[in-house]
Design a protein around this ligand. Structure first.
Ligand code: LP5
Ligand code: MN
Length: 242
């Protein structure tokens, strides 16, 4: 048995291959695990738990089936799907976890985060984040009609892509001091996160940082079991051809 970690699938109706790969992953791999942690940005953009789209329904049903099969599912939100809320949790049976959460299993202890809050050099993003996470803005956004929310989300995505194309790559990576402080704050030897789309394993002063990858032509999953951690990738096209 193992505990699995994934993040940054960015599921959207425009990329059906990723959704198919995710559904296969749940059936074939996650169903054999003891727990699945989704560390944010499962969706390209989540505009509220009342979204009646086919994708939203399909994904929630698949997660519900996994939970019903006895796998514990934990969902952390990212900068694209921070509006996932209690209705999603009830529909799926998954537990929503805080933005800094400790996982203890198989003799390991790890801090899991989406990763965006570690990118402290990206001042423009951190400013945007403070507004987007403001409960008042979220309350007002949630009350807008669905179509309007969809339009705002698409506009934000375009603005974000434009802003990113002008940012130096290093600014969009984590800040080492923020990483070391997080390891120290929680007194853990391992930090697992996504967001930066730079899958790798790094040694820091206070411990190891394992970075999950985003799903595009390949998918990424981190396995944690009694023998340690294993960051694995797999071809998404190959999964779909089966
Ligand atoms: O997401 P990605 O990978 O492109 O870049 C992120 C940061 N960008 C974001 C923005 C999201 O992509 C937007 C998705 C929203 C979906 C949900 C809608 C709910 C809205 C609820 C509001 C209460 O997270 C990007 C980082 C990058 O990661 C790397 O870390 O750099 O940060 C930015 O791009 C922020 C910009 O620097 C500044 C933001 C410009 C937005 C201006 C607001 C104008 C409002 C227009 C609304 C009509
Ligand atoms: Mn992200």
């Amino acid at each position: 048995m193992a505990t699995l970690f994934i993040s940054d699938l960015h599921l959207s109706p425009e990329r059906p291959a990723i959704t198919r790969a995710f559904l296969l992953f749940l059936q074939q791999q996650a169903s054999k695990a003891s727990a699945l942690y989704i560390l944010g940005d499962l969706f390209e953009a989540w505009i509220g738990d009342d979204d009646p789209s086919e994708l939203s329904h399909q994904v929630q049903t698949a997660l519900r089936n996994l939970c019903d099969a006895g796998v514990s599912v934990w969902v952390q939100t990212g900068n694209r799907d921070f509006l996932i809320g209690s209705r999603f949790a009830i529909n799926t049976g998954a537990s929503l976890i805080e933005e800094e959460h400790i996982v203890e299993a198989y003799g390991h202890r790890a801090l899991v985060m989406h990763g965006d809050s570690l990118c402290t050099d990206d001042r423009a993003y951190q400013r945007f984040r403070r507004h987007a996470r403001n409960p008042l803005w979220q309350f007002l956004f949630n009350r807008l009609p669905l179509k309007r929310r969809q339009r705002i989300a698409s506009k934000l995505r375009v603005k974000s892509a434009m802003a990113n194309s002008n940012k130096a790559s290093a600014i969009m990576d984590v800040n080492n001091q923020a990483v070391e402080q997080a390891l120290q704050r929680h007194n853990v030897p391992t930090l697992i996160h996504g967001h930066t789309h730079r899958p790798d394993r790094h040694q820091h002063k206070g411990g190891e940082r394992i970075v999950l990858g985003d799903w595009h032509d390949i998918g990424w999953v981190l396995r944690m079991d009694a023998s340690g951690y294993d960051l694995q990738s797999f071809k998404i096209a190959a999964v779909n051809q089966k």
